[in-house]
Design a protein around this ligand. Structure first.
Ligand code: HEM
Length: 509
């Protein structure tokens, strides 16, 4: 990429942050009288009856809440649910997102009303609200685009993660899983997250860039792993919430390291884009080739910046989340003997040639994992466009509403004994898309949901169909923030144990 273009990208991102800053200032003033910035309020700043009481906390309380949200997000959300609330305002998000007030919702009918009407005149889903992710992903991608550009980009990307393409990824997932398993010691422990991350990274790199270029893939994998590792704990995740921490404040500052890694990653991605532009292969079906051939909503080819931002988004969104889900599945299975036993006997009984994608208990294990460990704790925000009543509460234009997936999945009225890992619940009854939504819903529903679910099933079937393990964690591993997602508070470890049963290979797709 040229120096001028590089500068332009960084200026674009800087201007987004500047917008964020000015919005935040406007909102602070507006929130005092209950109004919302940027959108005309029919309530003229007064709080109408039935509207959830707006809080305007002191700076001290706001700082305390922000610290709690960063360091202990599940504790923060559970404290709200213990107060019996299905909808509550979170004052800390207003400042983080540059607008407000922000409410988290966790009642299925309310969520249905919100998420099934999020393209229309009542609710919108502006990509600008996801600015927190822009320093890493840029702004020209599915997550940060809005309106027609967003719709168009989704239509471009979605088919690569469905239908016939998905079938091809099945073979890829099995091959990469077996390659990883071949590196595991006969005896001793396996660090589950690292192993699962290598698998999910290998899969997404081949989906996005296609076969070949192993050296380049290795380089990219090393850079992304280092960059994401910088926000892998609750404390280091703070960098995401305080943009000034991402500035280069000297050799020892996290900002210096982040900027260096960002520069190296950009250099590599732009070099790969330039090479592919120079030598297009008409018969390639990977995402990069597709993006280079695509036209935007104005009929123009995508710029290098658009391509880079989309690649980065798919690489990051496409492997971090899936690696965590796989780690959680192996963790819960090895702490729940009856579930592990039932899954093993389903895999053994399926016999040669069985398609793992059709095994009901395996499917239920994947579903229960994402219920109990919803990697994305929240959906992206939807913005209220007209005064509206939802779940008996009134909201004003400008208010931001997010599905609190974490609390929805712990509702005892839907999921009795919600803290227990019990895949059977998904065999006993069907849940609506608004009672169970690990991938969100509506206009921003996860682009990679089908790939992630397939990967979850195929990796588990391949690994547990051939090897036996026992948990090597003497204590329970708590859930903990990992960047903007929900990860694990300590390494999940498995120990290989002698296999007692005959191997019953499942079908290679
Ligand atoms: C277990 C794995 C995953 C989970 C739990 C997950 C969860 C989510 C959630 C909750 C959303 C927001 C939906 C909303 O606001 O309604 C989302 C959006 C998104 N996800 Fe995933 N995801 C996963 C895997 C993936 C994969 C494998 C990819 C890419 C191949 C991906 C790409 C995206 C993209 C691009 C969006 C933005 C969609 C938009 O803004 O229109 N995700 N994901």
């Amino acid at each position: 990429m040229s120096g001028a273009a590089d500068l332009k990208v960084r200026e674009d991102r800087a201007s987004f942050w500047a917008t964020l800053g000015s919005c935040a200032m406007t909102r602070t003033a507006a929130s005092v009288d209950g109004g919302s910035p940027g959108v005309a309020s029919p309530f003229n700043g007064s709080i109408p009856p039935g509207r959830p009481g707006l809080v305007s906390p002191s700076p001290l309380r706001r700082s305390w809440e922000l610290a709690r949200w960063i360091l202990d997000p599940t504790g923060f959300m559970q404290a709200q649910s213990r107060r019996g609330k299905d909808s509550f305002q979170v004052s800390v998000f207003g400042s983080a997102m540059g607008t407000g007030p922000v409410f988290l919702l966790s009642e299925p009918r309310t969520l249905q009303a919100l998420m099934s009407r999020d393209t229309g005149s009542e609710f919108s889903s502006p990509g600008e609200l996801n600015l927190l992710l822009s320093p890493m992903l840029g702004v020209r991608n599915t997550i940060l685009l809005s309106g027609i550009s967003h719709r168009h980009r989704r239509q471009l990307v979605m088919p690569r993660f469905h239908g016939e393409h998905l079938q091809n990824y099945g073979r890829l997932i099995e091959r990469i899983t077996r390659e990883e398993m071949a590196t595991w010691p006969q005896q001793g422990e396996i660090s589950v997250r690292e192993a699962m991350q290598r698998i999910s990274m290998g899969v997404i790199l081949e989906v996005v860039f296609g076969l070949g270029q192993r050296e380049r893939h290795g380089e990219l994998e090393a850079l992304l792993t280092r960059r994401l590792g910088m926000t892998a704990t609750p404390l280091t995740s703070a960098v995401l919430f305080f943009p000034w921490l991402q500035k280069d404040l000297g050799p020892l500052s996290p900002g210096r390291r982040i900027n260096q890694l960002a520069q190296q990653t950009d250099d590599l991605l732009y070099a790969m884009i330039a090479e592919r532009r120079a030598q297009p292969h008409g018969d390639r079906f990977d995402v990069l080739s597709m993006l280079l051939e695509a036209r935007d909503e104005a009929g123009e080819p995508l710029s290098d910046v658009d391509v880079r931002d989309e690649l980065m988004t798919l690489l990051v969104a496409g492997h971090e989340t899936t690696a965590t889900a796989l780690t959680a599945a192996l963790y819960w299975l090895h702490r729940t003997p009856h579930a592990l036993e039932r899954l093993r006997s389903e895999l053994d009984g399926a016999g040669v040639g069985a398609d793992p994608m059709k095994l009901p208990y395996l499917t239920a294990v994947g579903q229960e994992t994402l219920r109990l460990h919803p990697v994305a704790m929240l959906s992206f925000a939807r913005q209220v466009q007209t005064p509206v009543e939802l779940g008996g509460q009134c909201y004003e234009p400008g208010d931001l509403l997010m599905a609190c997936i974490y609390l929805l999945h712990l509702r005892p009225d839907l999921y009795p004994e919600p803290q227990h890992f019990r895949p059977e619940r998904f065999l006993e009854r069907q849940f609506s898309p608004y009672e169970y939504m690990p991938f969100g819903a509506g206009v921003r529903r996860c682009v990679g949901a089908a790939l992630a679910q397939m990967e979850l099933k195929l990796v588990l079937a391949t690994v547990l169909g051939e090897m036996d393990f026992a948990s090597a964690n003497s204590r329970a591993v708590p859930q903990a923030r990992r960047g903007v997602t929900l990860g694990h508070g300590a390494p999940v470890r498995l120990r290989r144990v002698a296999r007692q049963r005959a191997v019953a290979p499942t079908q290679t797709l």
